[in-house]
Design a protein around this ligand. Structure first.
Ligand code: ZN
Length: 308
């Protein structure tokens, strides 16, 4: 092959594959490979069992019914205004904590159910950590007397088709609840905080020219339908509160935010940004408390306390 032919083929390859994938390659190479190459399971600050996230140590060993009862007890003990919202065909319920407010609420949400309802599966990152962060935030805001325009939502039945999130929307509509945004925390655990766009297919999304988009979730390649970037207004609010927030465009997630967005509410999903850690632990029995880094939980708490 002559040099000119090789040069031409390289140019075609660049134009056809690399150009539509510049953002995907940037996120895939700089974020994902960075996480793969630097991953050290023990390079963490362990969650303090006597600290502000002590509830984590209680919650990880509980099944879903016990988790709901635990949250109910915890909130009742603080005399908070809690609405228990039923979920169709389920014994799980959503718990909605609200404060007096004239302004529309920013709702901070986390699902408390775990995928495998047995004691051996902790679901530490998915999604016990976020539940404990929300509890810590409620305590911190209450003690400051600064609860204005905030609400907290603990959803059930997320892992069975986002049914708790849909039940909450029905409740919010029926009660004309003013909602400014719903910030969903899911898969905290390590690294920085990241917003990931909500999509049907979870993973790293790249484009094959003339074929379509595919999402790679670390285990399989799946065709990926078009999706919207994360809500720009909410991202702006979050970045103002927490400037280090990473905003992914080509690493998608699926969770309660998908349901809220489908129902026309402004919502974003916030997770940890260490994609390799999430890939190693997500929906596996390796998702354990000893792999969580307390600093990531602190970042989520800081975001909640500062966002306006
Ligand atoms: Zn989850």
């Amino acid at each position: 092959m002559s040099k000119r032919v090789v040069a031409f083929l390289v140019l075609v390859l660049v134009l056809v594959f690399i150009v539509p994938n510049t953002r995907a390659l940037y996120e895939g190479v700089f974020f994902y490979l960075r996480d793969v190459l630097t991953y050290d399971a023990r390079a963490i600050v362990p969650v303090n069992p006597a600290g502000r996230y002590a509830s984590l140590y209680d919650l990880v060993s509980l099944n879903n019914a016990e988790r709901l009862a635990y949250l109910q007890r915890w909130l009742d003990a603080r005399a908070l205004r809690v609405t228990s919202i039923p979920i169709l065909n389920s014994s799980q319920r959503n718990l909605f904590v609200s404060f007096d407010s004239a302004a529309p609420y920013i709702v901070f949400a986390a699902h408390y159910d775990k995928l495998y309802d047995d004691a051996a599966y902790q679901g530490a990152s998915d999604n016990t950590a976020a539940v404990s962060v929300l509890l810590a935030a409620i305590d911190a805001l209450s003690s400051r007397g600064d609860t204005s325009a905030r609400a907290f939502l603990f959803t059930g039945e997320e892992e069975t088709g986002l049914r708790g999130a849909h039940a909450f929307v029905a409740y919010a509509r029926a009660n004309a609840l003013p909602i400014r945004a719903i910030i969903v925390f899911d898969n905290l655990g390590r690294g920085e905080l990241a917003v990931r766009p909500s999509a049907e297919q979870v993973g790293w999304v790249f484009t094959l020219p003339f074929v379509g988009d595919f999402a790679y979730d670390g285990r399989a390649f799946n065709p990926s339908a078009p999706y919207l970037p994360a809500n720009a207004r909410v991202v702006r609010d979050l970045k103002r509160a927490y400037p280090n927030l990473v905003v992914y465009e080509r690493f998608t997630a699926r969770g309660d935010s998908n349901a809220f967005l489908a129902e026309g509410l402004d919502s974003v999903m916030v997770s940890g940004d260490n994609l390799y850690y999430l890939q190693l632990t997500w929906h596996t029995y390796a998702d354990r408390i000893e792999l969580l880094d307390e600093r990531n939980l602190d970042r989520a708490l800081e975001l909640i306390l500062k966002v306006r």
